[in-house]
Design a protein around this ligand. Structure first.
Ligand code: HEC
Length: 131
């Protein structure tokens, strides 16, 4: 009995351990950002398309894009925002309590992913908010 219980406990660990780095980034993004940021439609927050467009324009280099976004998400602030209109329209994004190492993973995922194409980690949520 004890032994069986233990087996079930281990199962989720095995699944997490078998995810590769890119699945991990995708999960972090889809699990934490698209509740507010739809990919293609701005509803209660600017869409990822809109954010990416602004960031690409302001920070064409991959490293600058990732560093700036990663820092900003750790501590959202009007002073360092590059989308002041969005703050006016939706109010400042709340602090989510992530470490910078995590927000770097998420920002690099946003930079590297072509959201106009089908991408990993999205199937389960595509019916809810893929607009
Ligand atoms: C509770 C809702 C909410 C969640 C969750 C959320 N955001 Fe936001 N975010 C907003 C709102 C509202 C804005 C627009 C106002 C602003 O810029 O602060 C915004 C703005 C932004 C901006 C624009 C920054 C700027 O220069 O103004 C970035 C980048 C961003 N979010 C990234 C993310 C990422 C990545 C995640 C997931 C880790 C995330 N957000 C999760 C609500 C949210």
């Amino acid at each position: 009995m004890q032994k069986n219980k233990f087996k079930y406990l281990l199962l989720p660990l095995v699944i997490v351990a078998s995810l590769n780095a890119s699945d991990m980034r995708s999960l972090l993004f889809h699990g934490n950002c698209i509740t507010c940021h739809f990919e293609h439609k701005s509803v209660s927050a600017p869409s990822i398309d809109e954010i990416k467009e602004n960031y690409m324009r302001a920070f064409p280099s991959r490293e600058d894009f990732i560093s700036y976004m990663a820092n900003w998400i750790v501590k959202p602030s009007k002073d360092s925002s590059i989308m002041l209109d969005a703050i006016k329209k939706y109010e400042l994004m709340p602090e989510l309590g992530f470490e910078e190492s995590t927000t770097r993973e998420i920002a690099s995922y946003i930079y590297d992913t072509d959201f106009s194409k089908k991408h990993e980690g999205h199937d389960y949520s595509s019916t809810i908010n893929s607009q």
